[in-house]
Design a protein around this ligand. Sequence first.
Ligand code: AMP
Length: 461
Amino acid sequence: MSSSENTSFEALPLSRALLANLPSLGYERMTPIQAQSLPRTLEGSDLLALAKTGSGKTAAFSLPLLMRLEAAFHGTQALVLTPTRELAEQVAGEIRRLARGMENIKVLVLSGGQPIRPQLASLEHGAHVVVGTPGRVLDHLGRGSLELRQLRTLVLDEADRMLDMGFLPDIQRVLERCPEDRQTLLFSATFPPELEAVGLRLLRDPVRIRLEEARTHEQLRQQWFRIEEEQRPEAVRRLLEHHRSERALVFCNTKEACKRLCEHLNAAGHAVLALHGDLEQRERDQVLIRFENRSATVLVATDVAARGIDIPDLELVINAEVSPDADTHTHRVGRTARVDREGLALSLVSPGERHRAERIEEMRARACEWTDWAAVPRAQAKQVAPRMATIQILGGRKQKQRPGDILGALTAEGGLRGTQVGKIEILDMASYVAVEREQARLALHMLRGGVKGRAVRAQLL
Ligand code: AMP
């Protein structure tokens, strides 16, 4: 489902190092908060944003602060204040991942409840970016171990929670030590009046963003199709081909049904994978990685096997069979239409399943929208080819394989462009990298030439 606004990161004034690394994190398009703020904050505007966790807010403030860093200068140039140690660690992790294409950027966490000595030692070496809780940051300022005179960007993350936790006086004292000519970015999930007052003092002519409450009912559309039992596999296939989705999740009630349907779609030329309880952990990891990085267009799954998977850009959910449990149905269809995007859920209902559909109808307190599947036109162009292919590299975290090194090997002289490389995942014993399908041969060739001087074994999945 395409969106008319420009949500490509390529449109932003980001450095090549930052841009080239984004696909390896699975960032394909900007989230709404990023699309609304980055064009302005990258030019230096202050920001006041109402946004929650899950909106992509961390990248929304991390990219501007990274763009303003001068790597050769080791003083602290960016400070992110967070209410808790956990959030500080999380934010620091995201900044490090975003910065992995840049020259040696040091990111340090200074949070309370942690011993101070190691922090003092780290500060002696300098840190470009400090992420911390207000009390501990103030403590370091008092000791003279932290210096903010060269600060360029100040971020207040989850500002409302920091106020709730009584951090306001500490924040004010930290602010007194920051230079006036800095950029300030303030994020909060709610906007109480005290925060408005703080914001007014802190921010200069800020861009204001208030994200609409995510997920309205209208974003998720459900259609129901009456079928005869024996028509099921053919109906799933016709719906897939009609909608031409790049990423569809199809649910079956049992693993036998799941395997049968997968075979049927496979024979029809779809790039389909099955996820069910008979897979070993390693096979399951591979299936999820390949579906998530767009090396397959269809995933056929049972409910149990699909538990815990979260794919943000899912366009289409098909219930090949109706679940006997109405809550399960809600879970299934809720996997599409995430993060402000539209989604479609199609359910196939045989005569024996009518009572299940009725129960779901009662629970939703809404009549089902029924359609005749035979009226769905046969698509002219059939299967959608997956955009990416997955290469497995033998060797993972245990062998010290790193995403930056894999990216480096792929994009070395004569190799791929950074934008042709997709998500890179490092597991314990193996690594997986997605590359554009047409580039798969070249990618294999580049990897077999060695990763950071070490020979590796790589194969196309
Ligand atoms: P946050 O709201 O910052 O906690 O981010 C929520 C999750 O979304 C994190 O796992 C981010 O890595 C991820 N994320 C942020 N921006 C994007 C994007 N543009 N595309 C895909 N994932 C993203």
